[in-house]
Design a protein around this ligand. Sequence first.
Ligand code: FES
Length: 102
Amino acid sequence: MTKIIFKQKNGEIKSVDAENGLSLMVAAVENDIANIKAICNGCCSCGTCHVVIEPNFINLTSKKYSGEQQVLTKLGNSEIDSRLACQVIFDENLAGMVVLVK
Ligand code: FES
């Protein structure tokens, strides 16, 4: 298990334990993180798991593939450190990461 912190736009913070090898989206859904709807259930098509990763952790996450970037671009509010939570797989290197929920 790896501890991560979800931060909402209103400043609300929730710390959760994420299981290594599973996605950030799964950790969010299992811990009832608000505004992570994950409508496509991790198929990288809906964009409802949009998050922004803290800059000092972004390079520790897996690389974005083109399909993920296409979905983020269509959202119209993505940032340089935006990710789809369903495409970020957890490991111990991400312990303590702060994730802003879009
Ligand atoms: S859950 Fe739909 S894009 Fe991530």
